[in-house]
Ligand binder design. Sequence first.
Ligand code: ATP
Ligand code: MG
Length: 436
Amino acid sequence: MMYQKPKGTRDILPGESEKWQYVEQKAREVFKRYQYKEIRTPIFEHLELITRSVGESTDIVTKEMYDFKDKGGRHITLRPEGTAPVVRAYVENKLYGPEHTNPYKVYYMGPMFRYERPQAGRLRQFHQIGIEVLGADNPAIDVEGISVALALFSSLGLKKFKLVINSLGDQDSRQAHRAALLDYLTPLEDQLSSDSKRRLKTNPLRILDSKEEQDQPIVADAPSILDYLNPESTTYFETVKEMLTALDIPFEVDSNMVRGLDYYNHTIFEIMSDSEAFQGVNTTICAGGRYNGLVEEIGGPSIPGFGFGSGIERIILTLEAEQEKKHLDNAIDIYVVGMGERSSLETLKLTEHLRRAGFSVERDYLARKAKAQFKQANKLGAAFTVILGDEELELGQATIKNMATSKEVHYNLNALYNQPENIFQELGYKSKESEK
Ligand code: ATP
Ligand code: MG
């Protein structure tokens, strides 16, 4: 019996996981600069929370949930996204209270689950990095949130992406637009794809987001939400655009852009990549927006919010397409080459000692010949080898070889035990930390 991983999941193996760490580390640095703190919520939640916030008629809720009854009969779901859980935690822990910072700015990174048709950059277990800001109804927050996302992609060295924004307006504006949309679409119902026919009944706004060829000419002429914004919503959106311009952030407005989650209003945005990773198809690597009604919707006070989520798998695909292997620095400091009978215990001791002293160290465990051990050292990118042979040990010595220059130096073993830092520095060792 050979077991296979469930469809739409992946093993992230060494060699690949370094890229994940690189992305996560860059993200943490950016979040620190913008003063977002990490929040970690459970991987599963009550189903009701998600249907309430994401929306009963969204694809996520109707088709993509990983839900089940637990042994106590609770209806549970693996989380499909990060915002609802964070808002739940915000309300449940009363994080809007006077002893907390306001606005409350958090970030998360972790797995999300959606039962989707797997393809490149689309999985059933995928991972998101995201932020949420709760407590401020200020366009400066929308612009800050967008800046955080852009700062993340820039810090990763990515270049082939663009910012697209739109406004859904407030509740009134949305309703006016919905009515106009229904007036326009209902006579065209016969020409819509089957998915869009269904959406016409449940969630007409989502038709604007249809990827079906058949729907495209209809979508292109649909009434634009921007024509239905009331004065307050227009002013809000204008201010967001002015602020982006003031920060020299280029953007496009796409009045047909909508989001697959019901809780958004006012500003929504996507960051699209046209990297080769996606075979010429513009692909969203980050998406988010404002959600002013959500906290109240799930039982909290009337508090506004803004956030985004970005798919780590898609970030890494663009990273691989756009960047050389720079971020894959796996090289070790030292490889201990043990030769001969006597070296066995000494190799054990010296390796452990050097590791305790802070070096990254590897050794042989398979009784390989010296030549094979050097080959191994090269493969691991060792900066130095320490050679422990019978002759050396007889003299209480070890030979250290600088692998870049091939220069060999003999050292007293005691000195190596007592002052490894000094010795390796003398030989030109630079710690990874000091390079930063
Ligand atoms: P799409 O239109 O691609 O299905 P979405 O609107 O469902 O995206 P969001 O829920 O806004 O996406 O999620 C934000 C980001 O999370 C996406 O831009 C993408 O990078 C990532 N993402 C969403 N679903 C998946 C998935 N199944 N696999 C990998 N990444 C995903
Ligand atoms: Mg989706």
